[in-house]
Design a protein around this ligand. Structure first.
Ligand code: SF4
Length: 703
């Protein structure tokens, strides 16, 4: 226990939503070593390759931003300044723009990398004091379709299961996710469970034969964009063959009749044709799912990053609901969160359409409650701009200033050329980051150096609603500061110091905790002292003697007006972009095993770079031959929005007609331009506003 042993601290990995526990020891010579925490329930001592090299990333400070910088005009170089000058300049510009154009002329684009306390202060600052809802997180690019799906189906953004359900499941359906690479420690639990119980079935739905698909009992290699067709057909099969729970449906759901009517004609035969998978495989999957006493469904970006992201979620959740398999061990729907604290951001309301503690922005009573709590007259009733809408608004002049914290939109947003036009219009771009490698710095007028992991304290919530405490171990380099204190300092300069006069992060956490009282995410029983002692607690946890909640909806009551979960008849979506002979291939994008997002951290580690040294285009050999390309040759890829050149990697593991680019790289060299999002048009889901980062029609040829 770290409290008894001063040479040991326990913290949490700052990469993915699995939220693995980490121990860091200091020996008598001051040397630090990092290992997995054997007592942490998420990882039980294991770490993946990214987690194992975290200490190296933290201690290698060559790339770190060390002091504030600014420039009066963007064509000039950034020069060093001091904190007072930088923050006074930002505050004066924000004040001038708000006075002249109103509060919706400014916005914040924040990150699932932030700690909950940082997220909370940013939300309070923007929604309570700046007077706009223009704050959005890069979680918009990651999980917002799952948020909307949970709310529509279950009544709240509430992932119902816990990781321990893996070991009790009988059939696991993984859709649009490659956890073997992107959530490795969770996947090792799945592998261990299957090794111990060979009767457990694993079905993977993915257009690529990923590492996850390769070890599955059944891989449904569907055509991109046909997910709803597949899940509707499976639902129709379960209903037609009696693989449903009529009692659960009658007492705990609504919409079953409409769903049945909608599924007329949704046969497996039709799905086999439209999804382009063998009928026998679909029949096998339907039987395994139908007969399973405990179905677990896991999904990630493959479902969420789509113009039909919410529809994909709803069609998949329908399967768990008609089988009545939710709220009991080993079963239920479960979105795999990409970032370490995307959940924390959703909890504190750090998105344009949310309020703290799962309150509803469109509910006047909820707005009044939060305004009274923060001591401000009212919250705006105008909706905020989402991540991609902020870029549109910068371009057309509605948004004048954007403050970007801990995220790198110059590589991660769709249609990057659009970003360049938008940033060129901005009156003020503030970039608050840890790394000089962030491509977005190119557009910064003011740069604020932030403290990194281990250099600040706070909390995070992982995918299974588990809140953990992260202590501070190192001093930030140079003049870098924790994000939360940068924001409080700015608030003071704007004249709101009284509302941001926290003595330390625990006071911020306690304030947020009070705001959760009586809500679905009530954590009145959680404090820093408890987290330091017990290590982690799963929300809700409404009292100090409450043990936390591993599994939701155990009483089969749902937070909807009727108390029932909602079944949704999900129409088959149009493809995001119609087929075209000029762009015969479908491009999909994703991740490789040892890199994280835009590589500002993992790109510093030689051992991690060795796994995939440069960007590549994955392509089927028959498609490559038809395009005049060979393994290793450089291809030019063109879409309606851009063009880039990258080396081809041939594999039969990808579906014909589909090509794959990882999303991690920037413009590396002339023949290795990894900016995948140059090619992806900015199209969003109509409900979640999540961009369809996994779909572009492209043409491919030799250079
Ligand atoms: Fe970190 Fe995720 Fe790997 Fe765990 S699985 S060590 S949280 S990157």
């Amino acid at each position: 226990e770290s409290r008894r042993d001063p040479t040991l601290i326990k913290t949490t990995c700052c990469y993915c939503g699995v939220g693995c526990g980490i121990e860091i020891r200091r020996d008598r010579w001051g040397q630090l070593t990092l290992t997995g925490d054997p007592e942490h329930p998420a990882n039980r001592g294991q770490l993946c390759s990214k987690g194992r090299y975290l200490l190296q990333v933290a201690l290698d400070r060559d790339d770190r931003l060390l002091y504030p910088m600014w420039r009066p005009r963007r064509e000039m170089p950034l020069t060093r300044t001091d904190w007072d000058t930088a923050l006074d300049h930002v505050a004066a510009t924000f004040r001038r723009l708000i006075d002249r154009y109103g509060p919706d002329a400014v916005g914040f684009y924040v990150s699932g990398q932030l700690l909950t306390e940082e997220y909370y202060v940013a939300t309070k600052l923007v929604k309570g004091f700046l007077g706009t809802h223009n704050i959005d997180s890069n979680s918009r690019l990651c999980m917002s379709s799952a948020v909307a799906g949970y709310k529509l189906a279950l009544g709240d953004d509430a992932p119902p299961i816990c990781y321990d359900d893996i070991e009790q499941s009988q059939c696991i359906l993984i859709a649009g996710a490659n956890p073997a690479w992107c959530h490795p420690i969770l996947f090792r639990r799945i592998e261990a469970h299957r090794a111990a119980h060979p009767e457990v079935r694993l079905i993977v739905v993915d257009p690529r034969r990923t590492q996850t698909a390769a070890v599955a009992d059944l891989h449904l290699q569907i055509r991109p964009g046909t997910d709803v067709v597949l899940y509707n057909a499976l639902a129709a099969y379960l209903i037609a063959n009696g693989y449903i729970d009529p009692d659960f449906i009658a007492h705990h759901t609504e919409g079953f009749e409409a769903l049945c009517a909608h599924l007329q004609g949704a046969t497996l035969e039709r799905a086999a044709r439209l999804c382009d998978v063998p009928l026998a495989d679909l029949q096998r999957a339907a039987e395994w799912i139908g007969r399973s006493p405990a179905l677990l469904t896991l999904w990630a970006m493959g479902l969420n990053q789509s113009t039909a992201g919410v529809a994909n979620n709803l069609a998949l959740i329908n399967l768990s609901l008609i089988k009545g398999q939710i709220g009991r061990p080993g079963m239920g729907p479960f979105s795999l969160t990409g970032q370490p604290n995307a959940m924390g951001g959703r909890e504190v309301g750090a998105l344009a359409n949310l309020l703290p503690a799962h309150r509803d922005l469109n509910n006047p009573a909820h707005r009044a409650e939060v305004a009274a709590f923060w001591g401000v007259p009212a919250l705006s009733d105008r909706p905020g701009l989402t991540a991609t809408e902020m870029i549109d608004a910068l371009e057309d002049g509605r948004l004048k200033a954007l403050w970007i914290i801990g995220t790198n939109p110059a590589l991660s947003q769709p249609e990057l050329t659009r970003l360049e036009r938008a940033f060129a219009h901005a009156e003020l771009v503030v970039v608050q980051d840890i790394s000089s490698r962030a491509a977005t710095l190119r557009w910064a007028d003011v740069v604020l150096p932030a403290a990194a992991w281990l250099e600040k304290q706070g909390t995070m919530t992982n995918s299974e609603r588990r809140i953990t405490y992260l202590p501070r171990l190192l001093d930030p380099p140079g003049e870098a500061r924790p994000d939360v204190w940068i924001l409080c300092d700015f608030a003071r300069r704007m004249g709101w110091g009284h509302a941001f006069a926290y003595r330390d992060e625990s006071e911020i956490f306690d304030e947020y905790v009070r705001l959760t009282r009586g809500t679905p995410v009530d954590i009145s029983g959680v404090s820093y002292a408890r987290l330091q002692c017990e290590r982690s607690v799963q929300w809700p946890c409404p009292a100090p003697d409450h043990p936390g909640t591993p599994r939701l909806f155990t009483d089969h009551r749902f937070p909807t007006p009727s108390g029932r979960a909602r079944l949704h008849p999900v129409p088959e979506p149009e493809p995001p972009e119609p087929p075209s002979p000029a762009f015969p291939f479908i491009l999909t994008t994703g991740r490789v095993r040892d890199q994280w997002h835009t590589r500002t951290k993992t790109g510093k580690v030689a051992r991690l770079n060795r796994h995939t040294p440069e960007p590549f285009l994955e392509m089927h050999p028959d498609d490559a031959a038809a395009c005049g390309l060979q393994d290793g040759s450089v291809a030019e890829i063109t879409s309606r929005t851009g063009r880039l050149q990258v080396r081809v990697r041939l594999t039969p593991d990808i579906k014909r007609g589909v090509v794959f680019l990882p999303m991690h790289w920037g413009q590396e060299t002339e023949t290795a331009d990894g900016r995948a999002n140059v090619l992806v048009p900015c199209r969003v889901d109509p409900i979640s506003r999540q961009p369809a980062l996994k779909f572009a029609r492209v043409q491919i040829g030799p250079i």
